[in-house]
Design a protein around this ligand. Structure first.
Ligand code: GLN
Ligand code: ZN
Length: 757
């Protein structure tokens, strides 16, 4: 069996592409210098893959920003406002990716969206009625040729026609189907060019095929590929799916004239079942995604080989493949100098996954696979009991019953009790938690890390910041205050560092979008809270004011969703373990005089399964209870807030209400408060603070603007259920804009209050 990967990280082992790009944006290096860095990364990836013995080496998986945006440029689907700037091709591309503000004009970037169920974001192509789709760029051909010159005939990878058309946003009256002919012609021409260049295989990435598909979707897919494949000439076409199974289009997929079909056997719940139905076409190649491309644990060879063995009875030609592109894992373990060997040996980042593929190939080729050294070693690793087991935590999770997830006092009753206790004015004002993380805050944290300042000095400094923040909020006139979160680098990392069971890496960066990379922590063992995490800061802040001080925590679902999860226990179990720890913190805060506690679930919406049929069982059925467990133990007069960043939760609105928080604040200003109608239609019970202004921009909203927002809110939601707040935390903002913005917010709420009485 041969081996293949779907794509490889392009940021470079030490984020070289990020740093070079940022220098280029600042004008510190030339386009040619940026291109040199890019080429170095590509060639070194190529060499590495070649040396590993990988049979199908991808090309065109490199991108300066994003592969979907690359495809838009390849197909000439670039909005005029970018080409009109009259910039070089590269700068036009960056203008579409990041926006452009300069002597040639002022345009915003294209929209950005999450790439299926990952933390990667793609650029949303924009198509107008008069967009003329045709093969326009040469990047895939150039990169194929570049690799060829370096001795490798690669498998070029391109976002497929169906996925591209499904992901695009249509600005006019036309829809995807109206562009099918032109798109098919462009892709067919692309295949002809590759044939001329001598390519053997071309990979079309079609992850949209793992989504729920309507009859129309299937018709579009079929129409596109009947046309494209009719003109494939001598090139073999691989249709590559990932992030799930293809249950809706398996019949179409296998009946079309593809030469290879890539199926994900890691995330695809029904993949094996589909292939085992027995109609995988004779003579076609199955690219079997058995090696997890998304997580950082070493592959369990026994399991992967068992899947391959099962498949052998149904497909003659099988290639061992990753489940998705390796874009979603860090580049290499080589840069981790601090991880202990007995931890490290359990991890495989992109580079290490290449050697795992080589191992699998070797084992599969052996007459006595289970006796090969690679197999024996891997088996020993997987039978080892990893450190970090905590039987007490496990027993507690196992013993949870229905009543543990329910606050004893019903919502309406609590609402009454809390109104009395807090006696807040109508339209109470608050913030989401963080205040500007100014240079001095970052310097202090760095000082503590490097030992330049002692912990006592650090604590004094943070307390000073908290005191200033409380004074500032009182001056501004906010009703419910926060301590400002100055002690936190990041809302997940902070808690990960406080909890037992988490592991942190030094350089394990993963591209999130463009030049932005994230370094998710790893859930290593059972999670436990061994000491209070925030009580000191919140209690100190409360001691400085008579107004309620909101305690500030991150919820279990968000903590888990932004980490590399374990695979030896279920997500549900991990989430409940984290919930146990956060619950202890909630109860500690309450015991220490904190009467309002916010538990952020910024990322709750993010990991909602791609298929609706899986929403409940695979996710909501444990995610919502995990949140409920965090707060079910507080008294009726303790007020629980939550916060979410994604306002796209119309489709799970009942579940959000069912989290049974007392108040929810969320991002709504950028979506123009459209969520309000949904709240109204669903009789949303939880009190709400739809963000009245966008904190992602340095703009200061006027009092009038905020009043208009409050007016819209009032039209749909009973006034006594409304809160007034910005749409997210203020940590990325400066004080210059934060102070006037909040003053306007308070003034607007006061006016609205007066007008209402
Ligand atoms: N409490 C966090 C903050 O204010 C919430 C951040 C978020 O929603 N991403 O920064
Ligand atoms: Zn937010």
């Amino acid at each position: 069996m041969k081996t293949s990967i779907i794509g490889y990280p392009r940021i470079g082992g030490l984020r070289e592409l990020k740093f070079a790009s940022e220098k280029y944006f600042k004008g510190e290096i030339t386009a040619a210098e940026l291109e040199t860095t890019a080429k170095d990364i590509r060639i070194s990836n190529l060499e590495l893959q070649k040396a590993s013995g990988l049979d199908f080496i991808p090309s065109n998986d490199f991108s300066f920003y994003d592969g979907v945006l690359d495809t838009a440029f390849l197909l000439g689907a670039v909005p005029k406002r970018y080409t009109d700037l009259g910039l070089s091709v590269l700068d036009t591309y960056f203008a579409a990716a990041r926006g452009y503000q300069g002597d040639k004009g002022d345009v915003k970037a294209l929209a950005m969206k999450k790439w299926f169920n990952t933390n990667y974001h793609y650029i949303v192509p924009e198509i107008d009625d008069d967009t003329d789709i045709k093969l326009s760029g040469s990047k895939p051909f150039d990169l194929f040729t570049e690799a060829l010159e370096n001795g490798v005939k690669t498998k070029p990878v391109i976002v497929g026609a169906y996925t591209f058309l499904k992901l695009a946003r249509y600005k006019g009256a036309k829809t995807a189907a109206d562009f099918a002919d032109k798109a098919a012609a462009a892709y067919a021409q692309l295949l002809e060019k590759f044939a001329a260049l001598g390519a053997e295989w071309v990979q079309f990435d079609e992850p949209s095929l793992v989504m729920d598909m309507s009859g129309r979707d299937k018709a579009l897919f079929k129409a596109l590929y009947e046309k494209i494949l009719a003109r494939k000439g001598g090139v073999k076409v691989l249709v590559q799916t990932y992030f799930g199974d293809v249950r809706d289009v398996y019949a179409e997929l296998t009946s079309l004239d593809f030469d290879g079909i890539g199926i994900d056997f890691v995330e695809g719940k029904k993949s094996l079942e589909l292939v085992k139905k027995g109609d995988f076409p004779q003579g076609k190649t199955l690219f079997a995604g058995v090696l997890n491309g998304k997580n950082i644990w070493r592959c369990d060879y026994e399991k992967a080989l068992a899947t391959l063995d099962e498949l052998k009875a149904f497909a003659q030609d099988i290639i061992i493949n990753t489940s998705c592109s390796l874009l979603h894992v860090p580049v290499t373990l080589d840069n981790e100098s601090k991880l202990k060997e007995d931890v490290k040996k359990h991890f495989a980042f992109a580079q290490e996954k290449l050697s795992e593929l080589a191992d699998l190939k070797k084992i599969a080729a052996s007459d006595t696979p289970k006796e090969t050294a690679e197999f024996v070693k891997n088996k020993a690793l997987h039978s080892e009991v990893r450190s970090g087991r905590d039987d007490k935590v496990r027993a507690k999770v196992a013993a949870l019953t229905e009543s543990d997830f329910t606050r004893p006092t019903a919502f309406a009753e609590r609402e009454k009790i809390q109104k009395e206790r807090f006696a807040l004015p109508l339209f109470p004002t608050t913030t989401i938690g963080s205040f500007p993380q100014t240079a001095d805050v970052k310097a202090a944290r760095k000082g503590l890390r490097t030992g330049a300042i002692s912990y006592d000095e650090y604590e004094e400094f943070i307390k000073g910041k908290i005191a200033d923040c409380v004074t500032l909020q009182e001056e501004i006139g906010l009703d419910v205050l926060v301590h400002g979160e100055f002690e936190r680098n990041d809302m997940v990392e902070y808690f990960g560092e406080c909890l037992e069971g988490y592991i942190f890496t030094e350089k394990a960066w993963v591209q999130s979008y463009g030049t932005r990379c994230v370094k998710p922590p790893v859930v290593w063992g059972d999670i436990k809270r061994s000491k209070p995490m925030t009580v000191k800061w919140s209690a100190y802040a409360q001691s400085l004011t008579d107004k309620p001080m909101k305690g500030m925590l991150t919820g279990p679902v968000t903590i888990l969703n932004w980490s590399f999860p374990r695979e030896d226990i279920t997500l549900r179990e991990s989430a409940l373990q984290i919930a146990l720890a956060i619950r202890e913190e909630v109860l500690d805060l309450e015991a220490n005089g904190i009467s309002i506690i916010q538990v952020d679930e910024a990322a709750l919406r993010e990991k909602l399964p791609l298929r609706k049929a899986d929403w409940r069982e695979d996710y909501l059925d444990w995610a919502i209870p995990a949140f409920r467990y965090v707060h079910s133990g507080v008294k009726a007069d303790t007020q629980i807030h939550t916060h979410m960043c994604y306002s796209e939760f119309a489709d799970i609105i009942k579940d959000i209400d069912d989290m049974d928080a007392d108040v929810i604040t969320f991002e709504a200003s950028r979506s123009d408060l459209t969520i309000l109608d949904v709240l109204k239609e669903n009789n949303f019970r939880t009190e709400v603070g739809p963000g009245v202004y966008d904190i992602h921009s340095p703009r200061v909203p006027s009092k009038e603007e905020i009043k208009t927002a409050i007016g819209k809110m009032k039209e749909r939601i009973p006034a006594e259920k409304l809160w007034v707040n910005p749409d997210c935390g203020l940590k990325t903002r400066g004080n210059e804009e934060t102070v006037p913005s909040l003053k306007n917010l308070v003034a607007a709420a006061k006016e609205a209050r007066d007008e209402n009485s």
